[in-house]
Design a protein around this ligand. Structure first.
Ligand code: FES
Length: 102
């Protein structure tokens, strides 16, 4: 495991998402009920940043064509997305959010 600091905890308030780049990989961080999750930051359908989308009921809705993914699992939930999102392990250490992008 190669943990890399991706952001500070206070940059991702509850119910919000933040786009970051870790080791050249676009990542979207999410805060669901106080727990942090990380997925690949770019939609699997086309070039859209999921951090610019909307969170609802544990899902992220893509801002471009409204495809949805389960934030916890990365599973593609509805058309037009068919390919699941990659997810990443997350660890919180004090105020640091660390992500393993290996
Ligand atoms: Fe995300 Fe099309 S780019 S649904």
């Amino acid at each position: 495991m190669a943990w890399t600091i991706a952001a500070s905890l206070n940059e991702v308030p509850e119910g919000k998402t933040l786009g970051v780049e870790v080791d050249g990989v676009h990542i979207a961080l999410y805060n669901l009920d106080g727990k942090i999750y990380a997925t690949h930051g770019i939609c699997t359908h086309a070039l859209a940043l999921l951090s610019e989308g909307w969170i609802e009921d544990g899902k992220i809705e893509c801002p471009l064509h409204q495809g949805q993914f389960d934030i916890r699992s990365g599973k593609a939930l509805c058309s037009p997305v068919t390919e699941d999102l990659r997810t990443f392990a997350v660890r919180v250490d004090g105020n640091d959010i660390l992500v393993d992008v290996d």
